[in-house]
Design a protein around this ligand. Structure first.
Ligand code: DGJ
Length: 559
């Protein structure tokens, strides 16, 4: 389908009339809460932030496609049924600027429409990734008419003044062209999906950040660098001075908490200041793109970050991206962005998750390297951080058949358990009744506390299951849900759980019973009672590494 801009006014007019008509229906006819029937949105529940879809909280058990897979509906066709069989409810797929606007002002949404159609046919939702001005710092997905017109759409320059295949974020033409295309996409989504809500959220750009220098050296960038720090950022810093990220606060404090001045006057000389400049300017650019898109169709929108490897300096990693130490700059510069999300491929999954999860930043994992640990990571973020969802990268390349790809098999088994438990997890999020555990090499045991109980979780050694030594890293994980004062669900794999009492009058905790079972349409169907060898005669609860189980335990206190 080809859409040309001048048709917009007619469709816009029709949309407005429909909107007014609907509003009248709501007021006069009592059609119910408009928001319940509106676009997906984010809503607080206790300390959690949930994605609400068609009036209900939604847990994304997802996967992100490899970069090129969504550019051919044919290529994707055989994968949809596999996604269904893997218990995947959401696919993250790129929306490519170059294919959507191959000629300036002429929009072609046939790929997007095909993707939505195929996802719907298989009962799967989508998160679209706007591959606009930047994809992993580079501008490889901007249309040819943008790439070729470097005078109109100028590039970022490195420290030697050499242009890169990267649009500069300091230029208005670049921003307007991106905004225009993104607005057209969002308008189109509203038209074709405003009722069915197959598309749940939008990622704006992909892993922005400056590399291989910490800042852009083009003329407009240097001019900005030599100018005063914008008042909006200064005001934010002053208003949030007490709770600022420690790294940002420290460099500001070093200069005496100045309330005005150039970037170097306020933050001092150094790569860190180059990076703060970039973070602010990327954030402002992304803010305008996001706000323009939301004006057309207000889906939740987020940005994703390429993370820093240990010891890397700004410029060695995509500098100025939405990273934890720059979160305040991004929050100040891009208030329309709902949250910043980590793409976790290296380092500690547990540490990165904690750094991105803040009261003002719910956790969503749009990309995670797919490994034998992925199943444990899914349990961990969903249980421990009330995550909106978890999505390993290149999901279409995963083979869920056990014999070929045990990591794929493990992920699918986790998604199966999480699908069964999703209604309970969503009901409990943000209320202190959930925990997630996953083993890391440095942490072979962990504890969680619920009311008058402490649970000590250790992770089964793998020796007996590993076929080769490299696979012997422990990788158990699970989710724990408190159902009542003494009753819990533990689901996962490779866990041994013991129970301690915090009740001073009855200082010992015992197991009344453990049942394995499954949830069918939210109803518990108990299987075997596990009070003998399977629980070491009541000494502990065990979810063997070789299996994935849901067990329900009832505890009691004694003396
Ligand atoms: C992170 C990017 O966001 C993805 O698009 C992809 O390039 C992966 N890295 C590849 O590992």
């Amino acid at each position: 389908m080809i859409y040309i801009n001048h048709r917009r006014s007619l469709r816009e007019w029709a949309r407005r009339v429909a909107g007014v008509f609907y509003a009248v229906l709501v007021v006069v006819g009592g059609v119910g809460q408009a928001q319940e029937h509106g676009a997906p949105y984010l809503r607080k529940q206790g300390t959690a932030t949930q994605l609400i879809v068609d009036g209900q909280p939604f847990l994304i058990l997802g996967g992100e496609l490899g970069n090129s897979s969504a550019s051919s509906l044919e290529y994707l066709r055989p994968h949809w049924e596999k996604f269904q069989s893997m218990h995947i409810n959401t696919i993250l797929a790129p929306a490519y600027w170059e294919l959507i606007e191959p000629q300036e002002g002429r929009f072609d949404f046939s790929l997007v429409d095909g993707l939505i159609r195929d996802a719907r046919t298989h009962g799967i939702r989508l998160v679209l990734l706007w591959f606009g001005s930047w994809k992993n710092s580079m501008s490889c997905y901007v249309p040819a008419w943008v790439k070729k017109d470097v005078d109109r759409f100028p590039r970022a320059q490195d420290g030697n003044g050499r242009s890169m295949e990267m649009l500069t974020c300091f230029n208005r033409n670049n921003l307007e062209a991106d905004k225009n295309a993104f607005s057209a996409l969002m308008r189109h989504l509203r038209d074709v999906d405003g009722r069915e809500h197959t598309v749940l959220m939008i990622q704006v750009e992909n892993e922005v950040g400056m590399i291989p220098d910490a800042r852009d050296y083009c003329g407009e960038a240097t001019k900005a660098f030599q100018s005063a720090v914008p008042a909006e950022l200064m005001t934010y810093l002053q208003e949030h001075r007490v709770n600022l990220q420690p790294e940002l606060r420290a460099v500001w404090e070093k200069g005496g908490f100045k309330t005005s001045g150039t970037w170097e006057e306020v933050f001092g000389k150094g790569l860190h200041t180059d990076e703060i400049l970039m973070a602010w300017n990327y954030a402002r650019y992304v803010e305008e793109v996001t706000a323009a898109g939301k004006k057309e169709y207000g889906l939740p929108m987020y940005v994703n970050a390429a993370l820093i490897r240990a010891g890397y300096q700004p410029g060695q990693y995509p500098s100025g991206g939405p990273l934890p130490h720059l979160m305040d700059v991004w929050k100040a510069g891009a208030p329309s962005v709902d949250f910043l999300a980590p793409d976790i491929y290296h380092g500690s999954f547990v540490d990165w998750s904690s750094k991105f999860h803040r009261a003002d930043n719910p956790l969503f994992i749009p990309e995670a390297g797919f490994t034998h640990r992925s199943s444990a990571d899914a349990f961990y973020v969903i249980g421990q951080h009330d995550a909106i969802g978890f999505c390993p990268f290149s999901i279409e390349s995963i083979d869920p058949a056990r014999s070929i790809d045990p990591a794929g098999y493990r992920l699918v088994r986790s998604y199966d358990l999480l699908t069964q438990l999703a209604p309970i997890i969503l009901e409990k999020q943000g209320k202190g009744a959930l925990a997630g555990v996953s083993v890391e090499r440095s942490r072979l045991e962990t504890q969680v506390k619920f009311g008058e109980y402490v649970m000590t979780i250790s992770f089964e050694p793998l020796d007996r299951y590993a076929s080769k030594p490299a696979e012997a890293d422990p990788r158990g994980g699970g989710v724990i849900i408190q159902l009542g004062a003494d009753e819990f669900i533990v689901a996962g794999s490779g866990l041994i759980v013991t129970f301690q009492s915090l009740n001073p009058k009855r200082p010992l905790a015992g197991i009344l019973s453990i049942d394995e079972g499954a949830y069918e349409q939210g109803v518990w169907k108990p299987g075997r009672r596990l009070n003998g060898d399977q629980s070491h005669q009541g000494r502990h609860m065990r979810l063997p590494y070789g299996d994935f189980q849901i067990q329900r335990v009832t505890l009691y206190h004694y003396k």
